[in-house]
Design a protein around this ligand. Sequence first.
Ligand code: TA6
Length: 301
Amino acid sequence: MSDPKSLDREFGVAGGIEFHTGDGGAVVAEVRTAEATASVALQGAQVLAWAPGGQPPVLWLSPAARFTAGKPLRGGTPVCWPWFGPHPDDATKPAHGFARNVDWNVVETAVLGSTVRIAMRLIPEPVQRELWPHSAELTLTVTVGECLRLDLTTRNTGAEPFTITQALHTYFHVGDIAATRVEGLDGTAYIDSVGGTARLVQDGPITVTGELDRIYLDCPGKATIVDESLQRQIHITKQGSRSYVVWNPWVEKSARLGDMGDDGYRQMICVETTNAADDVVDVAPGTDYTLSTEYSVEPLT
Ligand code: TA6
């Protein structure tokens, strides 16, 4: 991965995109548009922050998050790839795959009116191919503006088909989890991952009063985070996904994780755009598959 100075020379845009070295040595792109600001770490192509004009941050980054090369960072939009959750049959392999732990290369930047786009690419190296023996190219295109759009494209550059699961594992900032609900999944079947794999059906909006970890199935549509405390709603739309994961670790799991910060669970909820559980993706040789999601914010009326 290049250093910030050479990245600035090749991909910097005056007043729009600037690269610098952040905490712990993380190389970060600072994005500024007429309508929003954002920052993106090249390790994991992870959006760390996004705020449309006049809005408190929309993404949550743990106050206890410390950048360590090769380790996941708690918050923003980690990319889980090429498997979601624990590896299906080898628990020694990293949870949520390896894409979030490695450096991606910037391949394109552009200012398009009041939006800024940055595209980053990961081509698994031999050490990653030991974990996952396939030829692929992974590209994340981040478009920053009044909305935040993420397009994650997997290209099968090999001669054999392969199957992936994946997630845009986004941490959203909320004013108070007790005054937050997720709408749009009423009547949807889900797998309750807390203490098992029971299959249940969502009744009404999702509220959080304890550890919650669920994979919602057959739900390609929109979801909305309603935040009574900040008096706003965050709309989530998507393409190429038939599942959502909703997660809050609450007290005990937060303590076990160790990087959630004091009461951090009170200010976050993950609503993840996924291909998870039954929603797997087969990618034939020479073809692409794109998982996309878009976030927009609206005041509560
Ligand atoms: O997306 C929910 C989940 O799979 C939970 O089970 C929880 O483990 C969370 O991801 C965080 O995983 P991480 O590996 O980042 O600690």
